[in-house]
Ligand binder design. Sequence first.
Ligand code: FES
Length: 571
Amino acid sequence: MKKLRSQEWYGRRDREGFMYRSWMKNQGWPHDLFDGRPIIGICNTWSELTPCNAHFREIAEFVKRGVWEAGGFPLEFPVMSLGETQLRPTAMLFRNLASMDVEESIRGNPVDGVVLLMGCDKTTPSLLMGAASCGLPTIGVSGGPMLSGKYRGHDVGSGTGLWQMSEQLRAGEMTEEDFFAAESCMHRSKGHCMTMGTASTMANMVEALGMSLPGNAAIPAVDARRNTLAQMTGRRIVQMVHEDLGIAKILTRQSFENAIRANAAIGGSTNAVIHLVAIAGRIGVPLCLDDFEQLGSELPCLVNLQPSGKYLMEDYFYAGGLPAVLRELGQARALNRDALTVNGKTIWENVTEAPCWNREVIHEFSTPFKPNAGITVLRGNLAPDGAVIKLSAASPHLLQHRGRAVVFENIEEFHARINDESLDIDETCVMVLKNCGPKGYPGMAEVGNMPLPPKLLRKGVTDMVRISDARMSGTAYGTVVLHVCPEAAAGGPLALVQSGDTISLDVKKRELRLEVEDNILAARRAKWTAQPLPERGWLRLYAKHVMQADKGADLDFLVGNSGAKVARDSH
Ligand code: FES
């Protein structure tokens, strides 16, 4: 059997071996634990400032149970945790930083296999990216969604309910008292957002990629079966180390194609596009925007969950969860059935008998919830390197639209002007927001679903075409064109748009055009100047090296992987 990596530390009979073992023994570990059994790192994003992951110490204990049972030695370690609702200016600014923490924590320490504890939005991609750059056997465990929010007899979904109620408040249809009363009702249990937002989407992606045991995506955080899954994961990772089943054998082109299709079928977040491209970049799998267009855009949405539909993650779990969706895809030949998963079986072996208990929530492929509803990639002179729109969350009547641009140069200007009753705007206009991309914000915040002007809300307008280089919360909805590439701050054509210009969106033709003469655009370009780099620290490193959204917004020097070998491994 292959010598375990951890034995390069603990198997030594010299001064260094003494040092590696002796300091660990201050925790009370007996000597025989260093005898060559698999050491499993449990990479924990627990933090009280990441409320969605605040129960992860308990999950870690269940993973440890499983590791002990299988003859391994579990060691838990913390990594940077990104709380989507708490962290300013935006958690996305730190996804790549957290991934570096994960990568170096794994590579630099004596672990043979890793279990990733992930939940809140960015904690999933950052851990997968970091682990992908190391190559060890790895399994993911998601924290699970919260129970459904309940407010005065109705379901209220994380984020989605907030966007709806805040528009009602701004339109004068809801009192402030009622608005604040809803606050305690929306998030009433541990877990992550329970809409099909980015956290739920990414938990589905973990499972669709084959990176977790089946069922991982949907089990509610408070359901005892979440702990069972964690324990089974602990058992399995030890076996994976014995089998030398590294992450590169799971994260293949086949599995990414499955994830893209699954994202379409669940009505998943646009953020999955950026994260999947970034994860693929770390493992060396070629993946680009056109793959999302070709593989996913014409697939139907099968899952009736907010923000595209009605139900919540708890309902999804009771209906059968992702295995039921993958079974539909597999039967429709829209799944690479042979893709290997962490339990050693193919994805098709895992889901071939998966039941569905509620066809209101998970539809059959032949009678989908929404046809042709995947994420669609747009191009044209306004987005030469692409932009995306989530069709399942858009209004059909706006998918072919031509209108006058109302431009906001940055998010501050947007906030300063949007409530101004004299703002020259009507429902036929196209709202344009600049300088919110990876470099511009910086960090590519989730501000692309701009709230509508109050005077239009009062008229009953519920959607308008909105275009930006920003991202959008996975819980949001509307006819919102996102991730325009190149972004305004990188000198993309978006930087040249002015109020009064005409913009045409034609989703059928996959086109986004700025109807302005080339010579006028050239004159505007001559006057454009780039914003200065931040002075110091992470922001400076980030702004210098971040790539555009179509490349996953990773740092250019992090693409690829370095394996698990430590460059200089002794004192
Ligand atoms: Fe953490 Fe939504 S805020 S998952």
